[in-house]
Design a protein around this ligand. Sequence first.
Ligand SMILES: Nc1nc2c(ncn2[C@@H]2O[C@H](COP(=O)(O)OP(=O)(O)OP(=O)(O)O)[C@@H](O)[C@H]2O)c(=O)[nH]1
Ligand SMILES: [Mg+2]
Length: 298
Amino acid sequence: MAFMGKIFQALRQTRESVSDAFESVIKRKVTPESLEELEDTLISADMGFATAEAVLGVVEKNHKKGFINKVESYLVSELKDRNEIELANEKSVVLMVVGVNGTGKTTSAAKLANYYKSLGKKVLLVGADTYRAAAAEQLKIWANRVDVNIVCNEKSQQPSAVLFDGLTAANSQGVDITIVDTAGRLHTYTNLMAELKKMYRVVESRFPEYEIHSLITLDASLGQNSLIQAREFANTVQVDGAVLTKMDGTAKGGIVFPLFKELNIPVKFIGVGEDLDDLIVFNRHEYVQGLLGTSDSE
Ligand SMILES: Nc1nc2c(ncn2[C@@H]2O[C@H](COP(=O)(O)OP(=O)(O)OP(=O)(O)O)[C@@H](O)[C@H]2O)c(=O)[nH]1
Ligand SMILES: [Mg+2]
């Protein structure tokens, strides 16, 4: 229930506009004007054109009876049902955290370390951001707080080498999940993208016993822009899911839909603040209820 409260809170700003728009359709009846207003609201919440259109269809079809529950089940059905990262029993897992500068990679890596540790997993953090001067130091502070081991190398300029050292250490320490913080990059930084690819290759060729999972951090407040970021990253490297960060400060919580519908990238976690426990495992029912205000868990 605590999780439910958090996701509900994080969606407050998005819900305020979305549920207002539904309220106004309910009050004013279904008219072309009220529907258009609703569509505008859904689109400004970044739900995407296709989803907004489909929601209008559900409202029109069910306008005589309460349509909000129908909208709820429709939206739930549009999202992936299982979101946990399956931690393989036999293989060890390496979890790459990738994304554009400042989207929340380092913070999310720390939150994820904290989360998996709380599940009883043995976690190792790897600081493979060899570009930003203070990056290793930042991750060390987090590792300390979470109380997990860390591998980094302030002198190295080769993220692949740090990753190699990290997985070597993980093997000798019997680590379950190795979480790798990477440097921020835009898809247009060809060299940096090539380097990211190289990191995946290092795992595949040198540590074939590892299963790679990869999450992209997306700043929820960037809306459609984060959709572009995700597309570009997914064109270059494996992206299994997203951590939607900074949901606590935005009314644009709808990006979850186009992300899955258009790019097949499920949101797996939501970041709702700057602290270690400000990470929520994504659950489609809670998410949609938080969006529509159909749950009573405030
Ligand atoms: N409010 C809020 N702030 C967040 C969240 N996630 C990260 N931040 C903040 O966003 C800023 C950037 O976070 P970092 O984790 O350093 O981002 P990064 O992607 O590692 O940045 P670079 O390494 O420079 O590319 C920090 O001030 C974080 O505290 C979140 O879910 N909510
Ligand atoms: Mg960072």
